[in-house]
Design a protein around this ligand. Structure first.
Ligand SMILES: [Zn+2]
Length: 112
């Protein structure tokens, strides 16, 4: 069991957003995140790929989806996940896409 560092706790973004305590692959197509508000989420990884918020996937001004679901392989999966500035996770996907930064707020809202 990892003990929480007394002073290493990330600051909450916007004061109210939960932060992930644990992120792991739950299965070939599932990602598990346990949040500090006790919420536990198992995501279908392809749904996360489809929800990519980057400027290539969503039009920044209109908010319209630019990503065509059909263009995303059924077996797409994350090849790496890194945390970004204590407020987000950046996914690198098996289709080579790596510009999506998923804020904790977004991931928390996407919880199925
Ligand atoms: Zn994207």
């Amino acid at each position: 069991m990892a003990r929480k560092r007394a002073n290493g706790r990330p600051r909450r973004h916007n004061g109210a957003v939960a932060i992930p305590l644990e992120v792991r692959q739950a299965g070939p197509t599932e990602l598990y995140i346990r949040w500090d508000d006790e919420k536990q989420c198992t995501y279908a990884v392809r749904d996360l790929r489809l929800a990519c918020p980057c400027a290539n996937c969503v039009d920044e001004t209109s908010g319209k989806a630019l990503l065509k679901p059909k263009s995303v392989a059924e077996d797409v999966r994350p090849v790496s996940i890194v945390s970004v500035g204590n407020y987000a996770l950046q996914f690198k996907w098996s289709d080579g896409h790596d510009t999506g930064i998923y804020s904790y707020d977004l991931l928390h809202r996407l919880c199925p």
